[in-house]
Design a protein around this ligand. Structure first.
Ligand code: SF4
Ligand code: SF4
Length: 327
Protein backbone atom coordinates (compact mmCIF):
# COMPACT_ATOMS: atom_id res chain seq x y z
CA UNK A 1 0.00 0.00 0.00
CA UNK A 2 1.11 3.52 -0.79
CA UNK A 3 2.72 4.84 2.48
CA UNK A 4 0.62 8.00 2.50
CA UNK A 5 -2.55 5.92 2.01
CA UNK A 6 -1.55 3.98 5.13
CA UNK A 7 -1.16 7.20 7.13
CA UNK A 8 -4.54 8.58 6.04
CA UNK A 9 -6.33 5.26 6.58
CA UNK A 10 -4.91 5.14 10.11
CA UNK A 11 -6.15 8.71 10.67
CA UNK A 12 -9.76 7.81 9.83
CA UNK A 13 -12.42 5.57 11.36
CA UNK A 14 -14.13 2.78 9.42
CA UNK A 15 -17.38 4.70 9.52
CA UNK A 16 -17.46 8.45 8.86
CA UNK A 17 -18.98 10.80 11.42
CA UNK A 18 -20.07 14.43 11.41
CA UNK A 19 -20.31 16.51 14.57
CA UNK A 20 -22.81 19.36 14.69
CA UNK A 21 -22.09 22.74 16.24
CA UNK A 22 -25.48 24.34 15.76
CA UNK A 23 -24.61 27.76 17.21
CA UNK A 24 -21.82 30.28 16.97
CA UNK A 25 -21.43 30.31 20.77
CA UNK A 26 -22.31 28.22 23.78
CA UNK A 27 -24.04 30.02 26.64
CA UNK A 28 -22.38 27.92 29.33
CA UNK A 29 -18.73 29.11 29.18
CA UNK A 30 -17.32 26.27 31.31
CA UNK A 31 -13.83 26.84 32.71
CA UNK A 32 -12.22 24.01 30.74
CA UNK A 33 -13.67 25.05 27.36
CA UNK A 34 -12.01 27.49 24.92
CA UNK A 35 -15.48 28.79 24.06
CA UNK A 36 -14.52 32.44 23.53
CA UNK A 37 -11.89 31.35 20.99
CA UNK A 38 -14.60 29.53 19.02
CA UNK A 39 -17.02 32.44 19.31
CA UNK A 40 -14.47 35.03 18.10
CA UNK A 41 -13.17 32.81 15.31
CA UNK A 42 -16.66 32.09 14.01
CA UNK A 43 -17.59 35.77 14.02
CA UNK A 44 -14.57 36.50 11.82
CA UNK A 45 -15.81 33.94 9.30
CA UNK A 46 -19.52 34.75 9.44
CA UNK A 47 -21.20 37.47 11.45
CA UNK A 48 -24.71 36.70 10.18
CA UNK A 49 -25.50 32.99 10.32
CA UNK A 50 -25.22 32.20 14.00
CA UNK A 51 -27.71 29.32 14.21
CA UNK A 52 -28.20 26.18 12.18
CA UNK A 53 -31.79 25.80 10.99
CA UNK A 54 -33.87 22.90 9.75
CA UNK A 55 -34.17 24.48 6.30
CA UNK A 56 -30.36 24.65 5.96
CA UNK A 57 -30.03 21.01 6.99
CA UNK A 58 -32.68 19.99 4.43
CA UNK A 59 -30.59 21.74 1.75
CA UNK A 60 -27.32 19.97 2.62
CA UNK A 61 -28.58 16.59 3.80
CA UNK A 62 -28.03 14.89 0.44
CA UNK A 63 -24.33 15.76 0.67
CA UNK A 64 -24.00 13.65 3.84
CA UNK A 65 -23.71 9.89 3.14
CA UNK A 66 -26.35 7.91 4.97
CA UNK A 67 -23.78 5.75 6.81
CA UNK A 68 -22.38 8.88 8.52
CA UNK A 69 -22.91 8.88 12.29
CA UNK A 70 -24.22 12.28 13.39
CA UNK A 71 -22.63 13.44 16.65
CA UNK A 72 -24.45 16.18 18.53
CA UNK A 73 -21.23 17.29 20.18
CA UNK A 74 -18.96 19.79 18.39
CA UNK A 75 -18.16 23.12 20.03
CA UNK A 76 -21.48 23.95 21.75
CA UNK A 77 -24.23 22.47 23.91
CA UNK A 78 -26.73 21.00 21.38
CA UNK A 79 -29.88 21.57 23.46
CA UNK A 80 -29.27 25.33 23.15
CA UNK A 81 -30.18 25.11 19.47
CA UNK A 82 -33.77 26.13 18.79
CA UNK A 83 -34.23 23.72 15.85
CA UNK A 84 -32.54 20.81 17.63
CA UNK A 85 -35.63 18.59 17.90
CA UNK A 86 -36.69 19.35 14.32
CA UNK A 87 -33.24 18.62 12.91
CA UNK A 88 -32.69 15.37 14.78
CA UNK A 89 -36.20 14.15 13.92
CA UNK A 90 -35.55 14.95 10.25
CA UNK A 91 -32.17 13.16 10.28
CA UNK A 92 -33.76 10.20 12.07
CA UNK A 93 -36.45 9.92 9.40
CA UNK A 94 -33.73 9.95 6.75
CA UNK A 95 -32.09 6.98 8.50
CA UNK A 96 -28.99 8.47 10.15
CA UNK A 97 -27.57 7.03 13.32
CA UNK A 98 -27.13 9.76 15.94
CA UNK A 99 -25.16 10.28 19.14
CA UNK A 100 -25.87 12.98 21.71
CA UNK A 101 -23.39 14.60 24.08
CA UNK A 102 -25.22 16.97 26.42
CA UNK A 103 -25.15 18.71 29.78
CA UNK A 104 -28.99 18.60 29.77
CA UNK A 105 -29.16 22.38 29.75
CA UNK A 106 -30.78 24.56 27.09
CA UNK A 107 -34.30 25.04 25.75
CA UNK A 108 -37.00 23.46 27.90
CA UNK A 109 -38.69 22.18 24.72
CA UNK A 110 -35.51 20.31 23.75
CA UNK A 111 -35.17 18.75 27.21
CA UNK A 112 -38.82 17.61 27.07
CA UNK A 113 -38.24 16.30 23.55
CA UNK A 114 -35.34 14.22 24.83
CA UNK A 115 -37.46 12.62 27.58
CA UNK A 116 -39.77 11.17 24.91
CA UNK A 117 -37.34 10.63 22.06
CA UNK A 118 -34.08 9.37 23.55
CA UNK A 119 -34.31 6.30 21.31
CA UNK A 120 -33.42 8.51 18.33
CA UNK A 121 -29.85 8.53 19.70
CA UNK A 122 -29.10 4.95 18.83
CA UNK A 123 -25.34 5.60 18.74
CA UNK A 124 -25.45 6.56 22.43
CA UNK A 125 -26.00 9.39 24.89
CA UNK A 126 -23.18 10.90 26.85
CA UNK A 127 -24.56 12.87 29.77
CA UNK A 128 -21.97 15.35 30.95
CA UNK A 129 -23.01 16.32 34.49
CA UNK A 130 -21.82 19.28 36.60
CA UNK A 131 -19.07 19.17 39.21
CA UNK A 132 -19.18 20.69 42.69
CA UNK A 133 -16.26 23.08 42.12
CA UNK A 134 -18.10 25.24 39.59
CA UNK A 135 -15.96 24.29 36.57
CA UNK A 136 -19.09 23.61 34.55
CA UNK A 137 -21.30 26.69 34.34
CA UNK A 138 -25.08 26.71 34.60
CA UNK A 139 -28.03 26.66 36.96
CA UNK A 140 -28.01 23.27 38.65
CA UNK A 141 -31.01 23.60 40.93
CA UNK A 142 -33.79 21.24 41.97
CA UNK A 143 -35.40 21.46 38.53
CA UNK A 144 -32.14 20.41 36.93
CA UNK A 145 -31.80 17.47 39.30
CA UNK A 146 -35.40 16.43 38.50
CA UNK A 147 -34.63 16.56 34.79
CA UNK A 148 -31.55 14.34 35.16
CA UNK A 149 -33.60 11.93 37.25
CA UNK A 150 -36.46 11.92 34.74
CA UNK A 151 -34.21 11.20 31.77
CA UNK A 152 -32.29 8.40 33.48
CA UNK A 153 -35.47 6.87 34.87
CA UNK A 154 -37.19 6.97 31.45
CA UNK A 155 -34.25 5.22 29.80
CA UNK A 156 -34.03 2.64 32.59
CA UNK A 157 -37.79 1.88 32.62
CA UNK A 158 -37.82 1.60 28.83
CA UNK A 159 -35.09 -1.11 29.10
CA UNK A 160 -33.68 0.66 26.13
CA UNK A 161 -30.60 -0.70 24.41
CA UNK A 162 -29.31 2.89 24.09
CA UNK A 163 -25.86 3.13 25.61
CA UNK A 164 -25.80 5.90 28.21
CA UNK A 165 -22.64 7.10 29.89
CA UNK A 166 -22.39 9.72 32.62
CA UNK A 167 -19.28 11.89 32.58
CA UNK A 168 -17.77 14.25 35.12
CA UNK A 169 -14.89 16.67 34.86
CA UNK A 170 -13.92 17.43 38.44
CA UNK A 171 -13.57 15.65 41.75
CA UNK A 172 -17.23 15.13 42.70
CA UNK A 173 -20.64 15.62 41.15
CA UNK A 174 -22.57 18.77 42.01
CA UNK A 175 -24.20 18.39 45.45
CA UNK A 176 -27.70 18.77 43.92
CA UNK A 177 -27.31 15.73 41.68
CA UNK A 178 -25.22 13.48 43.92
CA UNK A 179 -28.19 11.43 45.10
CA UNK A 180 -29.52 11.03 41.55
CA UNK A 181 -26.18 9.74 40.28
CA UNK A 182 -25.95 7.40 43.27
CA UNK A 183 -29.38 6.01 42.41
CA UNK A 184 -28.36 4.99 38.88
CA UNK A 185 -24.73 4.06 39.45
CA UNK A 186 -25.38 0.39 38.70
CA UNK A 187 -27.45 1.09 35.59
CA UNK A 188 -25.16 3.38 33.60
CA UNK A 189 -21.43 3.72 33.20
CA UNK A 190 -19.85 6.64 35.05
CA UNK A 191 -16.58 8.21 33.90
CA UNK A 192 -14.65 10.60 36.10
CA UNK A 193 -12.17 12.20 33.78
CA UNK A 194 -8.54 12.10 34.85
CA UNK A 195 -7.07 13.53 31.66
CA UNK A 196 -8.36 16.33 29.49
CA UNK A 197 -7.48 17.20 25.93
CA UNK A 198 -5.97 20.65 25.43
CA UNK A 199 -8.30 21.41 22.49
CA UNK A 200 -5.26 21.78 20.25
CA UNK A 201 -3.31 23.76 22.80
CA UNK A 202 -6.09 26.23 23.69
CA UNK A 203 -6.50 25.31 27.35
CA UNK A 204 -3.97 24.85 30.11
CA UNK A 205 -4.72 21.42 31.52
CA UNK A 206 -2.37 21.82 34.49
CA UNK A 207 -4.60 24.63 35.76
CA UNK A 208 -7.24 22.01 36.53
CA UNK A 209 -4.81 19.54 38.07
CA UNK A 210 -5.25 17.06 35.21
CA UNK A 211 -2.78 15.01 33.28
CA UNK A 212 -0.87 17.00 30.70
CA UNK A 213 -0.14 15.16 27.46
CA UNK A 214 2.86 16.72 25.83
CA UNK A 215 3.70 16.30 22.19
CA UNK A 216 6.45 13.95 21.06
CA UNK A 217 9.38 15.90 19.68
CA UNK A 218 12.22 13.44 19.48
CA UNK A 219 10.67 10.93 17.09
CA UNK A 220 10.36 12.05 13.51
CA UNK A 221 7.26 11.68 11.32
CA UNK A 222 5.35 10.87 9.28
CA UNK A 223 2.58 12.13 11.54
CA UNK A 224 -1.00 10.91 11.76
CA UNK A 225 -4.15 11.58 13.79
CA UNK A 226 -4.09 8.96 16.51
CA UNK A 227 -7.76 9.42 17.41
CA UNK A 228 -8.83 9.09 13.79
CA UNK A 229 -10.59 12.41 13.37
CA UNK A 230 -9.84 12.98 9.71
CA UNK A 231 -13.34 11.78 8.87
CA UNK A 232 -15.12 13.33 11.84
CA UNK A 233 -15.40 17.03 11.03
CA UNK A 234 -17.62 19.62 12.70
CA UNK A 235 -20.53 21.21 10.84
CA UNK A 236 -20.85 24.93 11.68
CA UNK A 237 -24.09 26.97 11.58
CA UNK A 238 -23.39 28.21 8.03
CA UNK A 239 -22.58 24.84 6.41
CA UNK A 240 -18.79 25.04 6.70
CA UNK A 241 -17.03 21.96 8.07
CA UNK A 242 -14.02 22.30 10.33
CA UNK A 243 -11.38 19.55 10.55
CA UNK A 244 -12.35 18.21 14.00
CA UNK A 245 -13.69 19.03 17.47
CA UNK A 246 -10.23 20.15 18.67
CA UNK A 247 -10.31 23.07 16.25
CA UNK A 248 -12.02 25.66 18.47
CA UNK A 249 -9.96 28.38 16.73
CA UNK A 250 -11.36 27.28 13.33
CA UNK A 251 -7.85 27.15 11.87
CA UNK A 252 -8.67 24.41 9.39
CA UNK A 253 -11.92 24.65 7.47
CA UNK A 254 -12.24 21.78 5.01
CA UNK A 255 -14.93 23.52 2.94
CA UNK A 256 -18.69 23.89 2.79
CA UNK A 257 -21.42 21.29 2.52
CA UNK A 258 -23.25 23.81 0.35
CA UNK A 259 -20.70 23.23 -2.43
CA UNK A 260 -19.16 19.81 -1.76
CA UNK A 261 -20.14 16.41 -0.47
CA UNK A 262 -18.85 15.27 2.91
CA UNK A 263 -16.80 12.56 1.17
CA UNK A 264 -15.04 15.23 -0.93
CA UNK A 265 -14.31 17.27 2.21
CA UNK A 266 -12.88 14.25 4.03
CA UNK A 267 -10.56 13.55 1.08
CA UNK A 268 -9.44 17.15 0.74
CA UNK A 269 -6.20 16.93 2.75
CA UNK A 270 -5.31 13.48 1.44
CA UNK A 271 -5.81 14.35 -2.24
CA UNK A 272 -4.00 17.67 -2.24
CA UNK A 273 -0.26 17.00 -2.47
CA UNK A 274 0.64 20.21 -0.65
CA UNK A 275 -1.80 19.59 2.22
CA UNK A 276 -1.07 15.88 2.55
CA UNK A 277 2.68 16.61 2.61
CA UNK A 278 2.13 19.21 5.30
CA UNK A 279 -0.04 16.84 7.35
CA UNK A 280 2.46 14.00 7.25
CA UNK A 281 5.38 16.34 7.96
CA UNK A 282 3.73 17.31 11.25
CA UNK A 283 3.05 20.90 10.14
CA UNK A 284 -0.74 21.00 9.84
CA UNK A 285 -2.84 23.51 11.83
CA UNK A 286 -4.36 23.04 14.38
CA UNK A 287 -2.91 19.52 14.68
CA UNK A 288 0.53 20.93 15.41
CA UNK A 289 -0.74 21.96 18.88
CA UNK A 290 -2.71 18.76 19.45
CA UNK A 291 -1.55 15.87 21.61
CA UNK A 292 -3.20 13.36 19.27
CA UNK A 293 -0.91 14.31 16.36
CA UNK A 294 1.70 11.61 16.69
CA UNK A 295 4.52 10.05 14.70
CA UNK A 296 3.06 7.03 12.98
CA UNK A 297 6.02 4.93 14.13
CA UNK A 298 4.56 4.87 17.64
CA UNK A 299 1.58 2.91 16.37
CA UNK A 300 3.23 0.75 13.73
CA UNK A 301 2.84 -3.00 13.63
CA UNK A 302 6.49 -3.57 14.56
CA UNK A 303 5.86 -1.85 17.91
CA UNK A 304 2.77 -3.97 18.45
CA UNK A 305 4.73 -7.16 17.75
CA UNK A 306 7.54 -6.39 20.16
CA UNK A 307 5.49 -4.71 22.89
CA UNK A 308 5.53 -7.73 25.19
CA UNK A 309 9.37 -7.61 25.36
CA UNK A 310 9.53 -3.90 26.20
CA UNK A 311 10.24 -2.93 29.84
CA UNK A 312 7.33 -1.28 31.64
CA UNK A 313 8.98 2.11 32.08
CA UNK A 314 9.40 2.40 28.28
CA UNK A 315 5.77 1.36 27.77
CA UNK A 316 4.66 3.97 30.29
CA UNK A 317 6.53 6.59 28.30
CA UNK A 318 4.91 5.55 25.02
CA UNK A 319 1.45 5.17 26.57
CA UNK A 320 1.68 8.63 28.04
CA UNK A 321 1.70 9.98 24.50
CA UNK A 322 -0.91 7.58 23.21
CA UNK A 323 -3.31 8.39 26.03
CA UNK A 324 -6.86 8.89 24.80
CA UNK A 325 -9.08 11.00 26.99
CA UNK A 326 -12.75 10.43 27.58
CA UNK A 327 -13.65 14.06 27.05
S1 SF4 B 1 -17.86 22.43 27.73
FE1 SF4 B 1 -19.74 22.13 26.56
S2 SF4 B 1 -21.34 23.17 27.75
FE2 SF4 B 1 -19.38 23.93 28.50
S3 SF4 B 1 -18.97 25.82 27.33
FE3 SF4 B 1 -17.97 24.13 26.24
S4 SF4 B 1 -19.46 23.40 24.74
FE4 SF4 B 1 -20.57 24.66 26.25
S1 SF4 C 1 -6.32 18.53 15.62
FE1 SF4 C 1 -5.78 16.62 16.66
S2 SF4 C 1 -7.64 15.41 16.70
FE2 SF4 C 1 -7.90 17.02 15.17
S3 SF4 C 1 -7.29 16.08 13.20
FE3 SF4 C 1 -5.53 17.13 14.07
S4 SF4 C 1 -4.45 15.54 15.21
FE4 SF4 C 1 -6.52 14.80 14.87
Amino acid sequence: MNPSKKIFNASKQNRPALEISGRSACGRMCDYCPQSEYNLSYKKIDSENSKLTLSQVIKIQKKIPIDTVIHWTGFVEPLELKDFSLICSFLHEKGYSQLLGTTLTGYKENINFLFDNFNIFDAGISLHLPDDEGLMKGKFDEQYSDNVNKLLRSIKVDSSSIHVSIALIGETFHRNILSVVEQYKHDFSITKTRALSTRSGLIDIKKFGYKDSKKVNKITGPYYCSIQRLNQGVLLPNGLVSICCQDFGLKNILGSLQDSTLEQLYLRIEQDSLLSGKFMAGEMEPCIHCEYYLPFAINNSFYKKIVRYIPDFVKDYVNKYRNKTAI
